[in-house]
Design a protein. Structure first.
Length: 512
């Protein structure tokens, strides 16, 4: 439920000013598209890619290294297992994928913030995984737990962001084997939006399930999806035992996994769009099928993290037309499998929240909306090819996510939208500023940024001639100053604190 500050009693200008300046924690509902998906592949092209992906699985196969349990499951299912190589007969992976649900409801501890992933919906989640952070005051530096907590608070207070995410930055001041406990604790206590679990080791995935048992109740967790976690495939066509171990824990406990190749075209996949889509489909089919071998009906999301490469430097590039073609095409393939789809984000290779970052991010976000993405990780805060979580870019991106909400609404054509009364009232040579239709609709007629500057030059100059990064810095400071922690049952909080303390005391610190 949105926790808006109560409007002050009284009328006139004072009441309106109070309403405008009141602290608000309003969160928009996840996007429900009322616009068509953009499709780039013909029926013939889709069939060719699907046939080629089946050929890859049957003739070339995929590797499941250091995972005898997975090999045994595949062998029992009818695959040809030779050493660590699994060759999957044509049609078997697709048949296994049929038991995966087409939509997933992820429950939040604030039930008004539950999200439905799949269908025509789009759920937006923040940046994931960078070891560095950047802000205007401190520059680029290794991330700390204090930084992590700030991002969780910003995500909680961001209107257009539906999900708290997972590793919004990597807190390097906490031991590797224990930081997942602090990160989950922060998501559970500093926000009441949905969140992600740990995947860096199977026991950490189990810790995530156990902590959710404290937060939601053990029986509730077994019957409901309360986490969505990221399982990356080690492209090309390798399913490492750590990620597969985490996948197994989550599948067994009815928790959702995004099964996603990590593709840099020209390095981990062919340079061609069709070739990359073939590999993406083969990898996701194998990964999703394996989840269904662990537990038929386990909730999964078909992922596609795809970018191209600069052939001179070897650095990944973002916001490119090739990445768009692949993202659009992967969306078509996911819909043919009747599976939720994860892709896109606020991608940029820029080192700063500058014009390059804005161009590349805009291309990537709109690509995600139009391609039919259902779960968009990295929707705000991404910088420097995913190495950096930026505070300023977080709020810049989070503000712009509002445009996706409004674009997705489509074009209304009811009587009010037709505006014939306004056209008749104004007539030739008039203006619409004072007409009844404008007066009735002006508050909601246009999307308006909460960050960007629309003031006249003179006012902008008098206020310090601030650029967008400066405005974002001020917004970060204000949001953190206004933050109010969502209420949590003290007994649950104490139980979470005790679990984290006990698990941390059970083993020595490790930074490797």
């Amino acid at each position: 439920m949105a926790e808006s500050a109560r409007r002050a009693r009284g009328g006139g200008g004072a009441a309106r000013r109070a309403a405008r300046t009141a602290v608000s924690f309003e969160t928009a509902r996840y996007i429900e598209r009322n616009i068509p998906n953009f499709e780039v592949l013909t029926e013939e092209a889709l069939e060719i890619i699907e046939q080629n992906a089946d050929a890859v699985l049957e003739e070339i196969g995929v590797n499941f290294p250091d995972n005898p349990e997975a090999l045994a499951l595949w062998r029992e299912a009818g695959a040809d297992v030779q050493g660590e190589r699994v060759r999957i007969p044509r049609g078997l992976a697709r048949k296994l994928c049929c038991t995966a649900p087409s939509t997933i409801t992820q429950v939040a501890r604030n039930r008004d913030r539950d999200v439905v992933i799949g269908g025509r919906n789009l759920v937006l989640a923040p940046v994931y995984g960078p070891p560095f952070v950047r802000d205007a005051a401190g520059g680029r530096r290794y991330a700390t737990m204090a930084d992590f907590e700030k991002f969780v608070k910003l995500g909680y207070m961001s209107k257009w962001l539906h999900h708290s995410g997972g590793t919004v930055c990597e807190p390097t001041d906490i031991p590797v084997n224990k930081r997942h406990l602090d990160m989950l604790h922060a998501h559970m206590t500093l926000s009441d939006k949905p969140f992600m679990g740990s995947v860096t080791e199977p026991s950490r995935a189990q810790d995530s399930v156990d902590m959710c048992g404290i937060l939601f109740g053990k029986d509730f967790v077994q019957e409901n999806t309360v986490m969505t976690s990221l399982i990356n495939i080690n492209s090309p066509m390798t399913f490492d035992d750590v990620m597969m171990g985490a996948l197994k824990v989550y599948a067994e406990n009815n928790q959702a996994c995004i099964i996603s190749p990590f593709i840099v075209g020209g390095a981990m996949a062919p340079v061609s769009v069709a070739g990359t889509l073939t590999q993406v489909l083969a990898e996701t089919l194998a990964g999703i099928a394996y989840s269904q071998l662990v537990r038929p009906g386990a909730p999964v999301i078909m992922g596609a993290f795809v970018t191209s490469i600069d052939m001179n430097s070897g650095a990944p590039t973002f916001g490119t037309p090739e990445a768009a073609h692949i993202t659009y095409g992967a969306g078509q393939l996911a819909r043919r499998l009747n599976l939720p789809y994860r892709s896109a984000g606020s991608f940029t290779g820029s080192k700063l929240p500058d014009a390059q970052a804005a161009y590349e991010t805009s291309n990537s976000l709109n690509m995600g909306l139009l391609s039919g993405v259902n779960f968009m990780l990295h929707a705000c805060g991404w910088l420097e090819g995913g190495l950096v979580s930026s505070f300023e870019k977080f709020v810049m991106d989070a503000d712009q996510l509002g445009t996706l909400h409004h674009l997705a609404r489509g074009v209304e054509i009811d009587v009010n939208a037709q505006a014939m009364d306004a056209i008749r009232e104004v007539g030739p040579g008039g203006h619409y500023l004072g007409c009844a239709h404008t007066q009735s609709n002006f508050r909601d007629a246009f999307w308006k940024s909460d960050l960007l500057d629309y003031k006249p030059f003179e006012t902008w100059s008098d206020e310090g001639a601030r650029d967008t990064q400066s405005l974002a810095t001020a917004r970060v400071e204000k949001m953190l100053a206004d933050y109010q922690q969502p209420a949590l049952d003290p007994a649950i909080r104490e139980a979470l604190d005790a679990f984290v303390a006990t698990r941390k005391a059970a083993e020595p610190d490790s930074f490797s």
